[in-house]
Design a protein around this ligand. Structure first.
Ligand code: AMP
Length: 361
């Protein structure tokens, strides 16, 4: 069974999870642990008419993050990358304690990227913001409880839909930490991946409703060669669950093909996706426990791009968002020598993915 993350005291949380070991070394960018020195740099950049793009991340960097940083460097003189595993977006029973933390590898990737960027006509990574939890939550310990105390940003009803239906504090945590980061960095542009499409809709709404003076830019989803959307959590999958997990993108692609073939009704678009999910699960269930990878489908959604309301018929002038989420269950039985991923196949892994159905001409 998946081990539940035991709640940590605030003090042990600070000690265990917020202390990158190598923050004192010299890099081609500055590493900030606190707000005032970063603000000073930001002010200097503003006075010298430089532009700043912010890429918020939780670390465990992969090509998806790197592509956003490249985009930010192409559109700004200076890129700020934040690395902060934000506790308030993890529910009390979610994987905060097992979320991958790879500070040294992350910094090495960012250094390498800066070397590449240095030779071209674009901006570079100037600052990494890796704040402690106490810096980000200066008054009260960060609460993941639904009715927990604290200063939070809530964007409803968007935050209750799709991912929010089974993760009630998730978008409150995301919006809250992004509001903090936006206020700290005051970036000209902020960069988010299409991979987390609901997050992009929530952040755009937050920027609009709170009159935040920044432009939200969305980068395309980076994928592995087989189509799996890159994610920091993929390291937990292992070969067997990774292969079975492709069911999600296959189902979404079938739905996309139906739309591209001219289908507009919900049933016509989603039926093919539902059959792929059903047949793949039935196939896995027919295998022995040492061969199979079981999963649960949380949702396959066809939604309005602005409101995320489910649609019965796609308005061809508007298009729609096709998205899905599945949970790869822990492996029931593992075989010697099998690559079961980090955590030896015991950690359940939530996979999300989406495709945008563009308006038809
Ligand atoms: P995370 O570290 O998971 O919070 O992600 C930080 C940013 O990277 C978010 O804007 C994500 O949407 C984006 N991101 C994550 N995975 C991908 C991907 N496969 N392709 C593009 N962007 C991604």
């Amino acid at each position: 069974m998946f081990q539940r993350a035991r709640p940590l005291s605030f003090a042990s949380y600070l000690f265990k999870y917020t202390t990158p070991t190598s923050s004192l070394r010299h890099y081609s960018f500055k590493v900030f642990r606190d707000v005032p020195p970063l603000r000073k740099l930001r002010r200097d950049l503003l006075l010298s008419k430089k532009t700043v793009g912010l890429v918020p991340t939780m670390g465990a960097l992969h090509e998806g993050h790197i592509s956003l940083i490249r985009q930010a460097a192409a559109e700004n003189t200076d890129v700020f990358v934040s690395i902060f595993v934000n506790p308030t977006q993890f529910g009390v029973n979610e994987d905060l304690s097992s979320y991958p933390r790879t500070w040294d590898a992350d910094i090495a990737k960012l250094e390498q990227l800066n070397e590449e960027l240095g030779s071209a006509e674009n901006g570079r990574i100037t600052a990494i913001l890796a704040p402690t939890s106490k810096v980000m939550y200066p008054t009260l310990p960060p609460s993941s409880e639904i009715d927990g105390d604290g200063s939070f940003v809530t964007i409803t009803p968007l935050s209750k839909k799709l991912e929010g239906a089974s993760r009630p504090v998730f978008f409150r945590g995301v919006a809250t930490v992004c509001m903090k980061l936006f206020n700290i960095v005051t970036a000209d542009r902020v960069y988010f991946g299409q991979k987390d499409i609901q997050q992009t809709v929530v952040i755009k709404r937050m920027v609009k409703d709170f009159h935040l003076d920044t432009e939200v830019r969305i980068g395309p989803t980076m994928r592995e060669d087989d189509g799996l959307a890159m994610s920091s959590r993929n390291v937990y999958l292992g070969v067997r669950r990774r292969t079975a997990g492709l069911v999600l993108i296959k189902a979404l692609k079938a739905a996309e093909s139906a739309y591209q073939a001219g289908k507009l009704s919900r049933a016509d678009i989603l039926d093919g996706a539902a059959s792929i999910a059903r047949e793949t699960l039935a196939h896995q269930q027919g295998l022995s426990p040492s061969e199979r990878a079981l999963f649960e489908v949380f949702y396959i959604s066809l939604a309005d791009p602005d409101t995320l309301d489910e649609v019965g018929t796609v308005d061809p002038a508007k298009g729609a968002i096709l998205s899905g989420a599945i949970k790869m269950a822990p492996l029931e039985q593992t075989n010697s020598g099998e690559d079961c991923g980090l955590g030896d196949g015991k950690v359940s892994v939530r996979l999300i993915d989406n495709l945008i159905l563009k308006p038809l001409d």
